[in-house]
Ligand binder design. Structure first.
Ligand SMILES: [Mg+2]
Ligand SMILES: [Zn+2]
Length: 628
């Protein structure tokens, strides 16, 4: 628990003069109708701060006249320290060396709009025994920001100011302008000298071997230093975006595998030289889409090259720096990178024996996903994992996360034995865009499903989705399940594509009605006879069961179905998509043609007869392979 705080409000605010004019101190800048410093005082009060020192300079009297009544109203003890000449964020500290005794204190720059869990920050600061903890985060313009370099445990090893660092690749970690400081920090402040916390005080502490740590948070911290940023912050407050990033609010994550998903898969030993890392086209756009949607972007990667002795952890760090630099140049940021350095089999020359273990993090184990969910505010059931191998898919399933496959890298060709991604995409960009957008057709169906749920107390509701192969049934079924889950509804997504029988001549096909009925019935009774299509454990008391199958809505089955949907598509679309799937599966041209002929001869026509028995006909306008 920390009860003391400093707000640095002495700056001139030259860049925001167009808004504040010459008579308004920067800290009184109205943000969404309220001075920014009032918002900070309220946040501090919420987390148990009792005593606030305002470091003032420019227009101190105006500032004091406004802040004093507000602090009184909030029950905060307030002190004003006025600088005759501005000494910077560090120099001003000298005057406060006797303010807090031996207590630690929070330090906020007066032009930061923020909403964050300060208790969590303070806990971590105390636990790490750091002399100073810097609140930090990745941003969308790291190339022109001051950067922080850390060890894996968060200890800061270097500060690299923009303009003063050599060109190269750096991790994306920038200052959030909020700090947790111990009284040791005063040992590094020189009297009557202009100094900066970030660029003078912390480097001195690091040089002296004192412990400085970074607290990397995905919460909202943004300065209102320019009129443009002020507008953005006001929008983020009005829309509830700022609040939605608070640690207490879990949000969906998009997990990315690295090799073959974000960067080109090399095969063999994988990437062991920094020059070998090359982004897959669209990767930055994919990550940016996730950032903009307010979802977390997290990399989950096996890097057994470390255990095998091909690269050191330090070198891997450089490769990650290149990845983050390339993404950052296109305005994209990763909230975290988790990697497994281990490998289970021993006995290779040059290996690192202590990393040759059967760990809990190497995919297909879900360890890294579960760790991410402990360390970040992640809503796992509404998250997804974009991967290119069966290891990714299995790890996703074990963590209860939807698996989206891509046709880049290893292209999920090793996905056998019924372990499949729920949906396949051409590349990471398509997959990420699907992850962040609602599917309009699914939203329409969910409204209908909600009405039927409201009209009947009978549970569970049976939804059946039928239509020809490659029309988009799985896309719709997954879209519906995802949209229902977001609304807190328990739902099973079941694939029943196998329940058909061929009979008579070429391509003649009918539904296996008995098998369908048995399947529907088993779920209606809460004793399910199948697994889910998205790799989740079956919910025995689901409110909705969504079945998809080419013949899921034949007339004999109608009495079992509460809501029947036919997914339609033009014949040329079906032909294109089937051919593409056949090609991806490695089928020869003749075999693809056979597949198409069979469909033309019987299955498509037979499937189409269900239109008349369905409650709705849906055409997926944004076919998964054609989004944007
Ligand atoms: Mg991969
Ligand atoms: Zn591991």
């Amino acid at each position: 628990m920390i009860t003391n705080a400093v707000i640095a409000a002495g700056g001139f605010g030259t860049r925001i003069r167009s808004v504040t004019g010459d008579s308004l101190p920067k800290a009184l800048l109205p943000v969404a109708g309220e001075p920014i410093v009032f918002r900070q005082l309220r946040l501090l009060k919420r987390y148990g701060v009792e005593h606030v020192v305002v470091l003032a300079g420019h227009l101190a009297d105006t500032l004091r006249a406004s802040v004093e009544p507000e602090a009184k109203h909030l029950g905060l003890a307030l002190e004003f320290v006025v600088e005759a000449t501005p000494l910077g964020t560090g120099g001003g500290l000298h005057a406060l060396r006797d303010c807090f005794g031996k207590d630690h204190f929070l330090f906020l720059c007066g032009d930061i709009a923020l909403d964050m869990d300060l208790e969590r920050l303070v806990d971590e600061h105390m636990e790490s025994a750091a002399a100073a903890t810097i609140v930090a985060h990745p941003n969308d313009h790291p190339h022109d920001s001051d950067l922080i370099a850390t060890e894996e445990d968060g200890r800061v090893i270097a500060i690299m100011p923009r303009g003063l660092r050599p060109p190269g690749f750096y991790r994306n970690l920038v200052f959030g302008s909020v700090y947790c400081l111990s009284p040791r920090v005063f040992d590094y402040v020189r009297p009557n000298e202009k100094q900066d916390l970030n660029n003078d005080i912390f480097p001195r502490m690091i040089c002296a071997g004192d412990r400085v740590c970074a607290y990397n948070t995905p919460e909202y911290l943004r300065d209102v230093g320019t009129a443009e940023r002020l507008t953005m912050v006001e929008k983020d407050i009005a829309s509830g975006y700022m609040e939605s990033l608070h640690y207490s609010r879990k949000r969906p994550a998009v997990f990315f595998d690295r090799d073959g998903v974000l960067n080109v898969e090399l095969g063999g030993r994988g990437i062991t030289h920094i020059d070998e890392l090359e982004l897959i086209p669209g990767a930055a756009g994919a990550v940016r889409a996730v950032n903009n949607a307010g979802m977390l972007a997290v990399v989950i990667t096996n890097q057994s090259q470390v255990a095998k002795g091909f690269i050191t952890p330090k070198y891997l760090e450089r490769i990650f720096a290149k990845l983050e630099t390339l993404l950052g140049e296109e305005g994209a940021k990763l909230d975290r990178i988790y990697y497994c350095p281990h490998h289970p089999e021993q006995g290779f020359p040059g290996e690192v024996p202590e990393l040759k273990i059967a760990c809990a993090c190497r995919k297909p184990k879900p360890g890294m996903l579960l760790r991410a969910a402990r360390e970040l505010p992640i809503d796992l059931p509404n998250s997804c994992f974009i991967g290119d191998t069966q290891r990714d898919v299995v790890a996703a399933h074990r963590a209860g996360v939807a698996a989206y496959g891509v046709r880049t890298g290893k292209a999920c060709r090793d996905c056998t034995g019924g372990i499949q991604p729920v949906l396949m995409f051409n590349d990471v960009r398509e997959a990420a865009l699907f992850a962040v957008r609602n599917l309009p057709e699914a939203e329409f169906c969910v409204d209908e499903i909600n009405q039927r749920m409201g009209a009947t107390q009978q549970r569970p509701l049976t939804v059946a989705i039928c239509g020809p192969q490659a029309a988009g049934k799985t896309t719709l079924a997954h879209g519906i399940a995802r949209a229902l889950r977001k609304r807190g509804v328990l739902v099973n997504h079941i694939c029943a594509d196998d329940l058909r029988r061929y009979h008579g001549g070429e391509g003649a096909v009918v539904a296996d009605v008995d098998a369908y009925q048995a399947l529907f019935e088993s779920f209606a009774q809460g004793e399910p006879h199948a697994t889910t299509a998205d790799g989740r454990p079956v919910e025995a008391d689901a409110a909705v069961n969504v079945f998809e199958g080419i013949f899921a809505c034949v007339p004999e089955l109608r009495p079992n179905i509460d809501y029947a949907i036919y997914v339609d598509a033009h014949t040329f679309v079906l032909e294109d998509r089937l051919a593409m799937i056949g090609h991806w599966m490695g089928m020869r041209l003749n075999d693809v043609e056979d597949l198409l002929n069979k469909a033309r001869a019987g299955e498509w026509a037979a499937a189409r007869q269900q239109i008349d028995f369905a409650d709705a006909t849906v055409r997926i306008s944004q076919l998964v392979s054609a989004i944007e």
